[in-house]
Design a protein around this ligand. Structure first.
Ligand SMILES: Nc1ncnc2c1ncn2[C@@H]1O[C@H](COP(=O)(O)OP(=O)(O)OP(=O)(O)O)[C@@H](O)[C@H]1O
Ligand SMILES: [Mg+2]
Length: 278
């Protein structure tokens, strides 16, 4: 089929059959349309970025999800306390949209720490924040597999880059990788394996002080970085002293906040898993 070449003049004639090309509002309308298109592309780009970080997460099994309506204080023995914890996590998630700070959720197994961390993740994603969930056990597995399997090594390198840069990183079950409390507190315990210690220290330091790139950009702009540069949410069954034995105080001080308003202690909460297993 022959293609007919259309000269600009004739294009104007062609359009003028359908629209008033001399309408003064035409330019304004075209500009509005371009702005709307640009906003749509930007929204899509942000959505893609959020999805990318979500996909880089390291889960122990299948990916998990938990939303605000899933938290049911009435199912707990200490309803008031459960309500308080849910409200605090909800409030902190909204504060985290525009501020960087660390949050720690501590308590024994099955009390709802991971659930509330996931609830915060969902709120933050809904507010255009990139969130990455990392099961510390899974990270440890990757760390030991890297010497035997080249693909594990490549995967680990890739994930670390995302762990450094996610707006919010959830490090789930920090300390579980070191074994039982008895082992951790035993006289001969020398901390978790060295490569894991280095890995976690580097991530903690990059998120707290900023990456080299963050620091260079700040210097260029004459800006001062406030710490932590990016937020990290930690869930753990261990107390501070144990975490410091597993890693060391330099790492732990960059990850575990001492600010009471950013600490969620799940003391007095019963194990929900036992209840649902009955
Ligand atoms: N208030 C609640 N409302 C609804 N479900 C809850 C609540 N608290 C806990 N659960 C459920 O109980 C189970 C255990 O919760 P979760 O995994 O969050 O505990 P955890 O504190 O992270 O435990 P662990 O230390 O073993 O990782 C999950 O299935 C979770 O959905
Ligand atoms: Mg958990």
């Amino acid at each position: 089929m022959a293609i007919r070449k259309v000269e600009f003049g004739s294009l104007k004639d062609l359009f003028s059959e359908h629209i008033d090309v001399n309408d003064p509002r035409l330019k304004e309308r075209a500009e509005k349309r371009n702005q709307a298109m640009e906003a749509m592309y930007n929204r899509q780009a942000i959505k893609n970025k959020i999805r990318l970080y979500q996909d880089k997460s390291l889960w122990e099994g299948a990916p998990l999800e938990f939303s605000v309506k899933d938290w049911q204080p009435d199912r707990r023995k200490h309803k008031g306390r459960a309500k308080e914890l849910g409200n605090k996590a909800y409030k902190l998630a909204h504060e985290m949209v525009n501020n960087s700070f660390n949050v720690v959720m501590s308590g024994s197994a099955g009390v709802g720490k991971t659930s509330l961390a996931l609830m915060m993740a969902k709120i933050l994603q809904e507010h255009n924040k990139t969130v990455m969930f990392v099961s510390t056990d899974e990270l440890m597995r990757l760390c030991s597999d890297q010497y035997d399997y080249p693909d594990a090594k490549a995967k680990l390198k890739d994930r670390i880059q995302y762990m450094d840069k996610a707006d919010v990183l959830i490090l789930d079950d920090l300390g579980a990788e070191a074994g039982s409390v008895e082992q951790v507190m035993s006289k001969n315990f020398r901390g978790v394996r060295r490569d894991m210690q280095t890995l976690i220290y580097n991530v903690a330091s990059h998120r707290f002080e900023g990456t080299k790139e963050d620091q260079e950009n700040a210097t260029k702009e004459g800006a001062k970085l406030s710490h932590p540069v990016r937020s990290t949410i930690i869930t753990t069954n261990n107390i501070q002293q144990e975490l410091e034995r597993i890693y060391n105080s330099r790492t732990i001080s960059r990850l575990i906040t001492m600010k009471p308003e950013h600490r969620l202690a799940f003391n007095d909460m019963e194990d929900m898993r036992k209840e649902s297993d009955l």
